[in-house]
Design a protein around this ligand. Structure first.
Ligand code: PLP
Length: 394
């Protein structure tokens, strides 16, 4: 790999990469030196079907040859049918398409503004979770507390109040007559695989109903079958008012979306929001292919079952290395090991041994294999992790 050239021409907003990736198939991915890896990052919960799934490739190829883009000046049949399909998996409501997770959260923030600015009411306070992550645009960044992301970008959008995740009392305490919405992830991804308890989400829903706040979920990382539900919150029996989705939705083709419940779906009116690329025929065909495979290959059930196998294996490893691993957490195929040290060295060791993983906040090693991962690939990954930890021991 020509790291010098990489650094000469690319702005240095990412850490210098260790390898250059050129090809993928299923869970496997190859670097430019020909070395093979098991990809337990899935491009950060994006390639949920594995790399280059045949049906997904075919749908994209066919759509590209038919019509790639025409703008939202016109009705796009693939967009209408995708919206219908998403609504059927969530609840009665409507969809707005965009291109990324940050954009989906921007749309939720703008929805909150429209909801808060009714008549002479002007409510702009949004409660969000400490340790959460909602994206890098100025609005989504304002909803993200960590100085790691905010540093150097202030002043940000005012009005966001940070409350401890899973601490209902803290959220309750911060509600006042300026408050308009609550926004949380069902599982904090970047924040370190912290799972929202059912009681927490139910409590937030009750607070939102009582104070007429919008109950907003960021399902950008936990959504699209990853946790053994279509969306992570669905297990908790709650009914959000609006939801942000992206990452896994296009299976590797950029697409984001928000779902808004029927009651609030007319807050956006013609001209009030938009995007050139959002919901293009090509992006929607990629997302249709993702939903096809989730249904055909039972990926929701698979994420639950194979996630159980990976979780059991990680728990066994944690029992063998109690001084290295403090906790195993997550749900489905969104799992993490909380380490007693920064994960960077272990991530490198695993990579050298052919397993790609990614760190998360709070000294967490994150694993996000594709939902099509094979059981023997999980077994192999567990072996690699155990071996790397025993080397760290020496
Ligand atoms: C990745 C992520 C985002 C931002 O998505 P981008 O597509 O990178 O803008 C927002 N929220 C959550 C929970 C995420 O994991």
């Amino acid at each position: 790999m020509e790291l010098n050239r990489h650094q000469s021409f690319l702005i240095g907003n990412y850490a210098p990469p260790a390898i250059e990736i050129v090809r993928g198939a299923g869970t496997k991915i190859w670097d430019s030196a020909g070395k093979e890896y098991l990809d337990f990052t899935s491009g950060i919960a994006v390639t949920n079907l594995g790399h280059c799934h045949q049906h997904w490739v075919k749908c994209i190829q066919e759509q590209t040859a038919k019509l790639a883009h025409c703008s939202n000046l016109f009705s796009i049949p693939e967009q209408v049918s995708l919206a219908e399909r998403l609504v059927s998996k969530i609840n009665p409501g409507k969809i707005l398409f965009c291109n990324s997770g940050a954009e989906a959260n921007e749309a939720l923030i703008k929805l909150s503004r429209l909801y808060g600015n009714r008549g002479d009411i002007k409510k702009t306070k949004i409660l969000v979770a400490s340790n959460g992550f909602h994206g890098r645009t100025m609005g989504a960044l304002s909803a993200t507390e960590s100085s790691k992301y905010r540093g150097g970008f202030e002043p940000l959008l005012p009005g966001f109040v940070f409350c401890k995740f899973n601490d209902l009392a803290e959220f309750k305490k911060e509600i006042d007559d300026q408050t308009v919405a609550i926004l949380v992830e069902s599982i904090q991804g970047e924040g370190g695989l912290h799972v929202a308890s059912d009681a927490f989400l139910q409590g937030l829903q009750n607070l939102c109903q009582k104070h007429q706040l919008l109950f907003l979920m960021d399902e950008v990382q936990a959504g699209i079958a990853r946790t053994g539900e279509f969306l992570g919150y669905q297990r908790s029996g709650v009914y959000p008012d609006a939801i942000a989705m992206a990452k896994g939705l296009g299976g590797g083709f950029p697409i984001g979306a928000i779902w808004v419940c029927e009651k609030h779906s007319s807050l956006f009116i013609p001209g009030s929001h938009g995007t050139t690329f959002g919901g293009s025929p090509l992006a929607c065909s990629a997302a249709h292919a993702v939903l096809d495979i989730i249904e055909r290959e039972n990926l929701i059930e698979r994420a639950k079952n194979l996630g159980g196998i990976l979780l059991d294996g990680l728990k066994q490893i944690a029992a063998n290395f109690p001084s290295h691993i403090d906790e195993v957490r997550g749900r489905g195929l969104m799992l993490g090991l909380q380490l007693s040290f920064e994960p960077a060295e272990l991530v490198s060791k695993l990579r050298e041994n052919g397993l790609l993983t990614v760190g998360a906040a709070g000294q967490t090693l994150r694993m996000l294999p594709p939902l099509t991962v094979k059981e023997e690939e999980i077994m192999h990954a567990l072996k690699v992790i155990g071996a790397a930890l025993s080397k760290l021991d020496q």
